[in-house]
Design a binder for this molecule. Structure first.
Ligand code: URA
Length: 240
């Protein structure tokens, strides 16, 4: 048996002090009942929910995280060159893996889970899960180039599907453009290659959104649990 605030803090959900505040303000349930007592003891067989999210991980239970991936981390479970992996950023004993892939230098929204079914749903091309990228590119992108990106360009001998592309900002001084590109495919290095196809280099790339999940409120390297509602929505999106 362990104190509730310790169980919450150990799960990585928040600090122990914040966990105490959450308990006092009625945001924590044990086995479905709201608990206000800081000293409450729980065991591994008790179900603990914080703000609607189950935080104690039972063996075999599914876990879902949203990470704001920092630059300089590989999107795999292990790296033969000894580089840091996204999985190492998440405090869990579970064998989780990333859903899809972001390049070493790409930042932003990445789901990690041990739920293979959801991972397959989200990455299968037929399900057309939207991904929104913000790219800083060298040069000033014109209307025609935006249109090319939207209508599809050839990468590795195949045309990309319809996409949405819009300029967020031009910086004439540094000769760069910030472009928002929404795609629903996930080919290797797709965004960088799409820009290359129209003659532009990507200097910086961030994934702002996967499906309806964005990284607002998460600093670089931070993560949070998905709520049950969000997981259900991911399963339900596009009526798979
Ligand atoms: N497209 C890329 O080129 N890189 C990423 O990391 C993601 C999409």
């Amino acid at each position: 048996m362990e104190r509730l605030q310790k169980v919450i803090a150990n799960s990585g959900y928040t600090s122990r002090r914040k966990a105490e505040e959450l308990i006092i303000s009625g945001k924590v349930k044990v086995n479905g009942n709201t608990v206000y007592e800081l000293g409450t003891k729980v065991s591994s067989s008790d179900l603990v929910e914080v703000e609607g999210t189950v935080i104690n991980e039972k063996e075999n239970s599914k876990v879902y995280y949203l990470l704001n991936k920092p630059r300089g981390v590989v999107t795999t479970t292990s790296d033969d060159k000894g580089r840091k992996t996204v999985v190492e950023l998440i405090h869990t004993e579970k064998r989780i893996y990333p859903v899809g892939r972001l390049d070493y230098d790409t930042t932003g929204a990445l789901i990690l889970t041990n739920d293979g079914e959801l991972a397959n749903l989200l990455t299968h091309p037929k399900n057309k899960v939207e991904k929104v990228y913000i790219a800083k590119v060298r040069g000033l992108i014109g209307k025609e180039q935006l249109l090319s990106l939207s209508n599809g360009v050839y990468i590795d001998g195949r045309r990309t599907s319809k996409a949405k592309a819009r300029i967020q900002k031009y910086d004439k001084k540094s000769n760069t453009s910030i472009v928002e590109l929404t795609i629903h495919e996930g080919k290797n290095h797709q965004v960088r290659k799409m820009f290359q196809a129209i003659g532009y280099d990507v200097l910086k790339l961030k994934r702002e959104k996967v499906a309806f999940l964005d990284v607002k409120g998460l600093k670089s390297g931070e993560y949070r649990y998905l709520s049950i509602k969000e997981v259900k929505k991911l399963y339900g999106e596009n009526n798979y």
